[in-house]
Write a protein that binds this ligand. Structure first.
Ligand SMILES: NC(=O)c1ccc[n+]([C@@H]2O[C@H](COP(=O)([O-])OP(=O)(O)OC[C@H]3O[C@@H](n4cnc5c(N)ncnc54)[C@H](OP(=O)(O)O)[C@@H]3O)[C@@H](O)[C@H]2O)c1
Length: 243
């Protein structure tokens, strides 16, 4: 209830941001952070439309080099053109990917590696909004964070809720809607803010750490999902090596 009221009124949470904060505002506040944005490379999947396109635009405007992996390459060119129209300096690299094809994902990875760029930020945004897939996203982020922590890796993994946004996947929603300018704010906050440095395995909404369901916090479910995903990937790898 408190959370809903805070959302509706746009009241800022402990981070200093709230549901009304825009991605531009968040990214601008992070421009003077310890690592200059111009040294950062981000991969943003699903950036040919909706929240991903807004995220790519805001990051590029703040000097981050943005790699857009796209299945619709024509649309990706249009997105790059519109970003560079507003910001001619924007450094945007387009590569092809179909996230539903294992072979295409492998091809993308080797193309990206051949560029010799660092990967500072990976925004895995290009999926569909089904409740089960969102639960899987959170469980996956939490388990990956746990495993990386156990290896003392300096990599953080978090899950983000962008709000309810009218995009390609949600056209007819009649309730509260997050504007497109705010839709990418939580992603940009988690990706760029010094406040989230070292923070891993958490869930964020409206630019603040948030609570998620008991099921999403269930460590054994997360481990189970990890094991099953790993088994599926190994089977696919084996199939493609013998084919
Ligand atoms: N909108 C909301 O209210 C809402 C709420 C919660 C979570 N989300 C999540 O936010 C993310 C972005 O969604 P959106 O609302 O911005 O939707 P959108 O406008 O439909 O964008 C989806 C993006 O994902 C890409 N994509 C889908 N399948 C792909 C594939 N197999 N290979 C490569 N790219 C693929 C699409 O590329 P194409 O141009 O090739 O189709 C598009 O760029 C999704 O993960 C969604 O689940 C959205």
């Amino acid at each position: 209830m408190k959370g809903t009221l805070r959302y509706l009124a746009g009241i800022a949470g402990p981070s200093g941001y709230g549901s009304n904060s825009t991605a531009e505002q968040v990214a601008q506040d992070c421009s003077n952070c310890s690592v200059p944005n111009s040294q950062l490379t981000a991969i943003v999947t699903g950036a040919t439309s909706g929240i991903g396109a807004e995220t790519a635009k805001v990051l590029a405007k703040r000097g981050v080099r943005v790699v857009i992996p796209a299945r619709d390459v024509k649309r990706a060119y249009e997105v790059r053109e519109s970003i560079q129209k507003e910001n001619p300096e924007a450094d945007i690299i387009l590569l092809e990917i179909d996230l539903s094809s294992f072979a295409s994902v492998k091809r993308f990875c080797s193309e990206f590696l051949s560029l010799g760029l660092p990967l500072n930020i990976l925004i895995y945004n290009g999926t569909r909004a089904y409740a089960q897939s969102k639960l899987a996203n959170i469980l996956h982020a939490k388990e990956m964070a746990r495993q990386l922590k156990a290896r003392n890796a300096r990599v953080t993994v978090n899950a983000v809720h962008p709000g309810i946004v009218k995009t390609g996947i949600i056209r007819d929603h009649k309730g509260c809607i997050t504007g497109m300018q705010s839709a990418a704010s939580t992603t940009c906050y988690v990706a760029l803010s010094p406040q989230t440095e070292g923070v891993s395995g958490k869930y964020f909404a409206d630019c603040n750490e948030s609570y998620c369901s008991a099921l999403a916090n269930d460590e054994s479910e997360a481990q189970n999902l990890w094991r099953q995903s790993r088994a599926l990937i190994c089977r696919r790898l084996h199939q493609s090596s013998v084919a």
